[in-house]
Ligand binder design. Structure first.
Ligand SMILES: CC(C)(COP(=O)(O)OP(=O)(O)OC[C@H]1O[C@@H](n2cnc3c(N)ncnc32)[C@H](O)[C@@H]1OP(=O)(O)O)[C@@H](O)C(=O)NCCC(=O)NCCS
Length: 216
């Protein structure tokens, strides 16, 4: 059957590990993801993201979220790609997990980024989905390192990185909405990954590998 995944194999990827499922973000998932964000991701007086997308007015979020993902699809190339996934936990949509890279065939590295709806935070799901994306990148995409970063006032994200085995990769001071903030860089090598308790099953992998220039 011909689907959008024929054009962009990312949309046909499905990574499952026990109760955790990461799916390429097809159009039917865009508004439900925006609704999760409308329901709230963080306190209004904190900002965990480099681009403060989550504080847009509720009526603007469905279009903003959709345009962001459509933009990533339209820019997908060997030189620069982002694999964002909708995360389901025990069948329920809970948030998003991504892996973003440039010149992957040379660098074999990428940066993880993620968020969960507030109702799903603090239950170990953030750790589980990061463990799954890291195992996928190392085992299925031949990644050699994975990076991440979080503001030093984001203990949940730093906690996930620590639990997965990332090490400090230095800090930098950046402009966060007009004020200085310290961004902690993190780096993970395959031998340090603390793996999730369930094995990964992946649908659509050969097509996705070809789409990023592996097995050419
Ligand atoms: C960051 C995020 C994905 C982490 O997912 P999570 O499911 O909440 O995190 P986990 O439950 O797996 O917790 C991981 C570790 O961090 C700790 N932690 C979680 N929330 C914490 C908090 N508010 N304060 C201190 N520690 C915290 C946990 O205790 C756990 O460590 P432990 O098992 O040793 O106790 C999620 O909290 C989130 O979406 N936050 C808002 C968006 C965001 O910050 N995204 C990342 C931007 S860099």
């Amino acid at each position: 059957m011909t689907t959008a995944a024929t054009a962009l194999p990312l949309l046909g990827l499905r990574i499952t590990a026990g109760p955790v499922e990461l799916r390429g973000i097809t159009d039917d998932l865009l508004v439900p993801l925006a609704q999760l964000a409308i329901n709230g991701i963080h306190d209004p007086d904190s900002m965990p993201f480099y681009t403060p997308w989550s504080i847009a007015a509720a009526k603007e979020l469905p279009r903003n979220v959709a345009q962001y993902h459509w933009g990533k699809r339209s820019e997908f190339s060997l030189e620069r790609w982002t694999a964002d996934f909708a995360v389901h936990y025990e069948g329920e949509l809970v948030g998003s997990q991504g892996f973003s890279t440039r010149n992957y065939l040379i660098t074999r590295t990428g940066e993880t980024g993620s968020w969960l709806g507030r109702a799903f935070q603090g239950r170990g799901i953030g750790t589980a989905m990061r463990q799954v994306i890291c195992a996928f990148a190392f085992d299925c995409l031949d990644a050699q390192t994975i990076t991440s970063s979080a503001y030093t006032d984001n203990p949940a994200s730093l906690g996930v990185s620590r639990k997965c085995g990332y090490l400090s990769n230095g800090v930098q001071t950046v402009d966060r909405m007009g004020k200085p903030a310290i961004l902690q860089g993190l780096i993970l090598e395959p031998g340090r990954l603390v793996r999730y308790s369930s094995e990964l099953t992946v649908e659509g992998l050969p097509e996705f590998r070809r789409s990023i220039g592996l097995d050419a």
